[in-house]
Each structure stands twice: as C-alpha cells, then as structure tokens.
Write a new protein. Structure first.
Lengths: 330, 330
C-alpha cells in the first residue's frame, strides 16, 4: 500500500515548534497585504502543506549553530514562493482541487489566480530584502530556476526524445532549487564557511531531486485511494518521468512505436498498462534505485556537519524518503 | 483626431541615447536566461514599447546629478517588471494582439505565458539585488502594488458602487507605482536627500495617474482607426473608469438604472451611446480636467530641482500629456 507523503509522516518532530512559528508567521503575513487581497492570501497560505522548506531551513540551521529569527523568515519566504508557484501551477493544470479544497483558480477564476500568485511572489521577494543582498539574490535566482524548470518541462511535453540529462535539469530547477537554497542559506545566516554552505546546498539539491522522482514514480504506481489523487496525471499532461524515460531508453524500434501509441496517439492513456510494462521491464525499480542512490549522496554531503540531533534528523529525512521509495519496488 | 501615444511622440529626445542603451541591455538580458527560455524572452522584450519607465529614470537622473550605469540598470529592471505584467495582463484579458504582434499567450498558450511572466519577474528582482537593499525592497514593493492594484480592479469589475477613492487607489497602484519608483530611486542612486526623492516619487505618481486617466478616456472617445485598437474594451471587461464614475456620481435614480442597463445587463455594450451620454453630461471633460490638474501638481513637485535640460524635459512630458488630454475635450 503506497500512501502519499503527509505532513505528519515527515520526521520533522525536532523542529516542529519552529515550523509552527513559520506557519503562524505565514498567516500573519496575509495581513501585510491590502485588505482587499488578505482573504485570498489566507486562503491559499492556510491550506497547510507539508512545510518541507521551512522544516529544512530549521534543521540545517540547527545543525550549523542554531535556529534564529532570520531562519524563520527564510523559511517563510521560501514557503511563500512555493505557494505562489502552486497557485500558478493549478492554473496551468486546470486543477480543481488541492488538498481536498478548491484551488484559487477554480474558486475565483484564472485572472485572479495569476495576480494572486504574482502578489505572493513579489511579497516574498520584498520580505527577502531583509537579508544581505547576496542572499536576496540567491533566493530570486532560485525562484527564477523554479519558473525556468517549469517552462522547459512545458516545452518538452509529449517529446519522446527528451533525454535524461534534461529531465534531471528540469526537476532540479523546478523542485530541488528551493530545497537547495533552504540548506545553503540556513548555513549562510549562521555565518558558516562556504564549503559548509555548498554541502548543504548539495544536500537540498539531492533531496529535492529524489523527492521529485518519488512523486513521479507514485504518479505511475500509487494506489489511487491511498495516494488520494488521480494517477497518471503526469502522463496525461505529456510529462515524461524517469520510469518512462528508462523504458524508452531500452526500447527497440518497434517497442518505441508501441510506446508512442500508448503515450501520445491514444487518449485516454491506459496508465495501468503502461505501468505494467514499465514494471515488467524493471524501469520503475531502476528509477527507485536511482533516487535511493541520490539520497545516499545527499547523506554524504552531511558528513562535514558536527554530530547532533539536527544532523541526525537531516539524515533521517533521507532514510524516511528512501523507505517510501523502496515500498515502490515491485 | 485622437491618436494613441506613440514612442516617437513622447518628448524623450534628451535621453534617447540612454533609452537606447536600456533597450539593448533588455535584449541582452534575454541571453541571461536558460537557452530554452531565451527565445520567448527576446520575443516579448523585443516588441518594443514606449519605454516610458527607463526614460523617466534617465530624466530624473539627469535632473539630480547625472545618468550613471546604475540608472540604466534601474530602467531595465522596471521595464522588465512592466513587461512581465503585460504578459500576465494579456492572459487575463484573453488578448490576441499587442502592438500588432501575437501576444505570448496567443502564440504559446496560457501555461507558458504564466511561467514566462514569472521568469521575467524573478529575473528583474534578481537584477535589482545589485542595488542597496533598501532600493531592492522599494522595487519589490512597487511590483507588489502593481499586482494588488490589478487584483482590486478585477474584484470591482461591474461594480457600480465603485467609489472614486478606490478608482484612484487602483490606478495609482497598477500604473503609477512604477512611475513613482522610477523618479524616486533615480534620485536615491544619485545620493539625493529624502525630500528630493519624495518629490520625484510624487511627480511619477501623478504623471502615472494622469497617464492612466488619459488611457481610460481614450478607451471611450478615441477614433478606432487612429487609436489602433478596439474601443470600449475597459467597459466590455467591466472596468469602470473615471468618465463613467463621473457620470454615475451625477446620475438620478432613474438615470442610474439606465446606466446599469447600458453597462451591465446589455451585451455588447453600445460604447458610442455611452460615450455620447458621458460627453453630453460633461463627464469626459471633467475627467480630462482632473487629469490636467493632477499634471499641474506633478509640475509643482519639480520646483525643488535645479534648472536645466532634464528638469525642463520632465516638465515637457507633463505638457505633452496635457495637450493630448485636451484634444479629448469635446
């Protein structure tokens, strides 16, 4: 039985008080907007996500000298950027529901949702100017990476020639970029030397990459009821994920034309058939192994940190994700 | 004969070399994006607008000590933010054409246009981190104001109870905010004292407000062929502009219900009938007078600046707009 990662599942107990403070600060931020906009902001910010980014900031801070007010602000800024991108994602995907509640675009229309995402985005970047300029710049750059990753993904939909290097580039930009700055800048705010910052950047980059692969695998092989969303939505939108790229890589000419039919010509896509083939060919297991190996590399990045509870918790996050990934082995 | 303001009409001769440098720098910026995104950026950045914001930066800089490289960067940042909002506006309005070329949304779809706007936005804010943090913050705040103004405008569509205070709040946020920071921050970069910065902020705020009123008036009374766009588009989208608010303000109970029928119940709106009534009642002239009086106040803000060519050109910009407005008097 595969279940989607839930907030309570993540081993974030150690930093729960910090994450709760960020949670409160995010809702508090709604009041910084014009009264006409406040209601929309509380709605989208309040449909509480897993708050992975603020939790990573707090853990990385704890592992490098302690969690300070600046870290809570950093967690909030990254989470607001994340929320802004979700609001825009839901417009693009025509999504009606997110976490069982109507999306902003479904509730108030696309026009308002475009603007709401923009307002959240510019507000987050305004808040980030409280940091030294070099940090503000890295945050804006990461936000830019998220958009660029999504653009490339949109461009390469239904493109059976998508190579793995581009797939990894896309998921590192769209998902791992914010994880990476969470780690890096948490250390920077504690005045850590650059090599520590670089290692925590690397940790976040790898964790985010593995997290996205897990999400991609689950889209193919999760159990609809327990995962709690329709499967095969990536495929329906023409997003080719790692298991499918593995399959394409090893396909003969005639198998490729069969995949072409399954993935592109034929609507709706028969997800169970495709998943069955991918499973049979070992393409799903291979994606899981890739993600697990990336997580092992992420752990190696932690070796430079002093031992302690936060260090242990950062490691535990990778073990937790690895265990979830291994449940997808067939 | 009313013609829409064109790039060559604006009295920006004095700063033409500066604006051309910004123009080149904007196109150069396209290359700072991922190669996959570069083409989209050059397309939307290249369909050259009037570049009012960079020109204002250069004029305000010239009037307060000279135009330096930082000013060109500031002009570029503000123009990129402006371009990002145009890309998103065109999605919301379902616009097919902008300056006779297909919009990004018409050409590549809404999904890509949402992301492209986001990428331009985050890139502009990343570039702005080259400035001292206080300036970066003011730029992010102005960007936030633009979005918030648009949100409020979207909320209040078809709302005959829209009051003038809210109308002015909307146009100051959505249009004048970037004009205001153009003036203020040009002076700040020249190390001017705060009162000079505040006066140039005031000048930009008023110029932007009058500029938007001119645009609103033209939507009602321009000549379709010479204005080069369909008139009445604000009304079609339920945007109530100053001439209409003037009309509503002075309407009797029975006139209000007639306006309600003209503006809301009846589709398509008979723009020429509404314009005829607004003209007859003096509502258009009154809007023109309001804008001209705001422009006089804008000139008063310039009184603190030393005399010289740039000062004179800033004044000339208001006279130019005033002359255009007076052409709308019936």
């Amino acid at each position: 039985m595969l279940t989607r990662l839930k907030k309570e599942n993540f081993p974030f107990e150690l930093v729960r008080p910090h994450v709760e403070k960020v949670e409160a600060a995010i809702l508090e931020q709604a009041r910084a907007f014009d009264p006409a906009v406040e209601g929309y902001v509380s709605y989208v910010a309040g449909s509480s996500g897993k708050r992975i980014r603020p939790a990573l900031v707090a853990l990385a801070a704890g592992a490098t000298g302690g969690v300070h007010d600046d870290h809570l602000r950093l967690g909030m800024v990254l989470e607001l950027i994340h929320i802004a991108t979700l609001v825009h994602d839901d417009i693009m995907d025509g999504a009606e529901l997110r976490r069982s509640a109507p999306t902003a675009s479904a509730r108030w229309g696309n026009a308002l949702a475009v603007l709401l995402g923009d307002a959240l985005f510019s507000h987050a970047l305004e808040l980030s100017t409280e940091f030294p300029n070099a940090l503000t710049r890295k945050i804006a750059r990461a936000a830019n990476d998220v958009c660029t990753g999504e653009i490339i993904q949109t461009q390469r939909r239904y493109d059976l020639n998508l190579d793995k290097a581009t797939y990894f580039k896309i998921i590192r930009m769209k998902t791992a970029a914010l994880f990476a700055v969470a780690g890096e800048l948490a250390a920077a705010l504690n005045g850590c030397p650059e090599d520590i910052q670089a290692r925590l950047h690397g940790y976040g980059d790898k964790l985010g990459t593995a997290y996205q692969i897990y999400d991609d695998v689950l889209d193919l092989v999760g159990d609809e009821e327990t995962v709690g969303k329709t499967l095969g939505t990536d495929l329906e939108k023409g997003k080719l994920t790692l298991p499918v790229l593995n399959l394409l890589e090893n396909a003969t000419e005639s198998q490729r034309s069969k995949l072409n039919r399954l993935l592109i010509s034929q609507q709706p896509i028969e997800v169970s058939v495709l998943a069955g083939i991918a499973d049979y060919q070992g393409s799903i297991d291979s994606a899981v192994q890739t993600a697990c190996s990336i997580l092992a590399d992420a752990r190696a990045d932690l070796s430079v940190l002093p031992h302690g509870d936060s260090h242990a918790a950062l490691e535990q996050v990778t073990r937790f994700l690895e265990a979830r990934l291994r449940q997808c082995l067939r």
